[in-house]
Design a protein around this ligand. Structure first.
Ligand code: RRO
Length: 309
């Protein structure tokens, strides 16, 4: 059995890597991912200028997952571009997550990444739920269309999009129709956190994070079925594109579910934050055991094999 796969022409020893935002803020964290058993790594979503983000506490784990309102703290795109320039691509592929606060900012960042001519793969974040006054772009289909038209025109290479969860079939249809207008959109990462949820501490009779009166994005067990639905919805609707699964993964079984739903690669968020980069060795072993028990020689045989009734 092999966990190895190819994606956008690059070889991945494992389908697993971090969800952007988790343990990827600076060189030290990125190097820990590099040293782990992950198949690749993605940098923290970046903006043109560095940001400190929202006030703390801004991430809290609960028995069923996590809530965050980080507010896009990052070192500015130049820092991650420098990391990408120094990266040894023979070790593992590297993704760069880009989350400009405006269309012009995204254009400036992807132009600089294009000019660097690296094997780094861009994941354009259309779904940050936590910057006050900045709605999630992918919940506004016209804004998403304008963004993809502009980025596709500027960036002359395949790239991916990080999507928010949708909860209505009409929205799956509309979002997929927009994405399918852009052949340069080679992959779709589903899902970002389930935005603007509220976790309450009943002893303190209080919210648990400070920004936005306690509202923040959910990850972890709360979101697995929503993530699987979004992976499968886009896998069905976008046959020319690949899907990266993200949401609720803390075991080999959860990875296998994402693969069945149609994922080509799988990201780990909350569970990585809680367990640390050692989680990748455990998850690789758990996934390999499932494949062997079921008689699959590779993860490529599993992708999209989900049966309906
Ligand atoms: O930094 C954040 O608050 C954040 C971002 Br950019 C995102 O895309 N998803 C998320 O859960 N948090």
């Amino acid at each position: 059995t092999t966990l190895s796969t190819t994606f956008l022409g690059q070889t991945f020893a494992s389908p697993l890597f971090n969800a952007s935002g988790v343990r990827c803020f600076d060189k030290d964290e990125l190097n820990s991912l590099l040293a782990s058993a992950s198949g690749s790594l993605v940098t923290k979503s970046c903006t043109r200028e560095a940001r400190t983000g929202n006030p703390e506490p801004r991430y809290v784990a609960t028995p069923l997952g996590s809530i965050n309102s980080m507010g896009l703290p990052n070192k500015g795109y130049g820092y991650y571009l420098d990391y990408a320039k120094a990266h040894d691509y023979s070790k593992k592929p590297l993704f760069m997550s880009v989350a400009g606060l405006s269309l012009d900012d995204n254009i400036a960042m992807v132009a600089a990444i294009r000019d660097a001519a690296l094997p780094a793969i861009v994941e354009l974040n259309l779904s940050c739920p936590n910057v006050p006054g900045k709605p999630q772009i992918a919940y506004d289909f016209d804004a998403m269309d304008r963004m993809l038209a502009a980025v596709s025109a500027e960036y002359d290479r395949p790239f991916g999009v990080k999507m928010p969860p949708y909860f209505d079939i009409a929205h799956f249809d509309l979002a997929a129709e927009v994405l399918n207008r852009y052949p340069a959109v080679a992959f779709i990462t589903c899902i970002n956190s389930v935005g603007n949820a509220l976790v309450i501490d009943i002893e303190r009779e209080e919210v648990v994070i400070k920004p936005k009166d306690g509202f923040g994005g959910l990850g972890g067990d709360y979101v697995l079925p929503t993530a699987l639905a979004n992976v499968n919805a886009f896998h069905r609707r976008c046959p020319e594109k690949r899907v990266i699964g993200c949401g609720g993964v803390r075991s080999g079984e959860h990875i296998f579910m994402h693969l069945l739903a149609g994922a080509s690669l799988v990201q780990v968020g909350t569970a990585l934050q809680e367990e640390g980069p050692g989680i990748f060795a455990r998850l690789n072993a758990e996934l390999a055991a499932i494949l062997e028990r079921k008689g699959y020689a590779s993860i490529d045989e599993v992708r999209g094999r989900l049966k309906t009734l």
